[in-house]
Design a protein around this ligand. Sequence first.
Ligand SMILES: Nc1ncnc2c1ncn2[C@@H]1O[C@H](COP(=O)(O)OP(=O)(O)OP(=O)(O)O)[C@@H](O)[C@H]1O
Ligand SMILES: [Mg+2]
Length: 452
Amino acid sequence: MGMLGAGAVVAGVPVAALLFLLAMRWAPVAPTLFAIGMTVLAAMLFALRWSRDVQVLSGTIRRVGADESASQPGQPVLPGMQRLAGDLERLARRSAARSALIEQLRRADGTVVERLPDPLIVLAADRSVGRANSAARAAFGADMPAVLRHPELRAAIDRAFASETTETADMTLPVPVPREVHAAVVPMDPPIADGGRAVVVLSDRTRERAVERMRADFVANVSHELRTPLASLIGFIDTLRGPAADDPPAQQRFLAIMGEQAARMNRLIDDLLSLSRIELVEHQPPSGSVDLGELATRLIAGFEPRLRERSVQLDVRIQGDLPAVVGDADQLVQVLQNLLDNAVKYGREGGTVRFEIAAAAGRAGAVITVTDQGAGIPREHLPRLTERFYRVDTSRSRAAGGTGLGLAIVKHIVNRHRGQLSIESEEGVGTTVRVWLPQTVAQRPVASDIPA
Ligand SMILES: Nc1ncnc2c1ncn2[C@@H]1O[C@H](COP(=O)(O)OP(=O)(O)OP(=O)(O)O)[C@@H](O)[C@H]1O
Ligand SMILES: [Mg+2]
């Protein structure tokens, strides 16, 4: 209602009464006109004030609606209006605080999704992808479309939307490298702040599955490795009881073979135990310090008979002032022994094996290099040599009494020492195995040790 209207409402009744008095000639003309003038003036003044106060209040209400803070220009003057203004002011403050909180919660939702370490994808109500969090972008970046298109996942999403319960899917992504991915589709009711109606939690199970397969393979391999000598022992026992019962020379021959088979099983078990002991402590690096030169010299002396057996020349080159390396002496002996053993076993009969230890070039530590002139190892086998029981030529390794665990043991020991193992080989030329071991960190001299 405009100002004039308000004035008319206020002044209307008294002015009508005064005009009535005037018309009936009950009141004198001049004072009555004066009274009418005054009444209209008072009404206009009141209407002016009233409309200003109403304007102030409606300004405040507008700001509350627009979520602005309600510090307003001017204060209403009319009684009652002031209280109303105070109430509005408080309402405005509460409303502002509440919308700030809502905004904060909304952003918190987004931050939680973005920062969670698991790869997450938020799906909108129409099942389109709302967004993928940083873990998902990092883990599946380019593979994301393949993940989302996967029929298993699509089916799980459909089921989850239909049943409003969490549904899971296992998928295999074939390219670029095969990956096994587990997905859980979690419907969100009520929806999360940005409207997401479901969250897909992805986890890459490739490694887990590989470990499971390796464990199964390992058990199968161990059983197989033990079964061969065991079967031969059982066979010979039967022969000794039956056909060879009265043939002492044959008995001697068979017993010798049985002894070998038993020794082989013994070696296998020793190697397996040794491997599991190393694995147990693989996460904690050794604390000792080892002089590789001295260690190697002692070991080589013990190798003489093996070298003679295969007429192998050993060309030893140990650098004089080798840095001490971080190490467990017993385990490093196992490394050297395995590498030398392989070089002699798979090297050329009558050939030369070079055994070299020198300070590493460019990094603190020592490098052990063992080179043979054997048949070498075809390229495709190189990456798998350090797997347990992996052999290039199974029958040859078995015939030589090998268990196929030597390089696996070497790899785990080198890992524990935080070193590096590399194998290079050229068919027909020979094989070179290198082990780098980090240098012992020198104790800092204490201040009093430094001469003045
Ligand atoms: N210097 C080498 N030249 C050619 N082939 C090698 C050489 N070293 C290792 N290999 C191949 O790698 C396989 C694995 O070696 P590893 O030392 O682990 O087992 P192994 O020698 O057969 O048995 P073990 O070491 O337990 O006696 C061997 O069977 C052999 O085929
Ligand atoms: Mg070996």
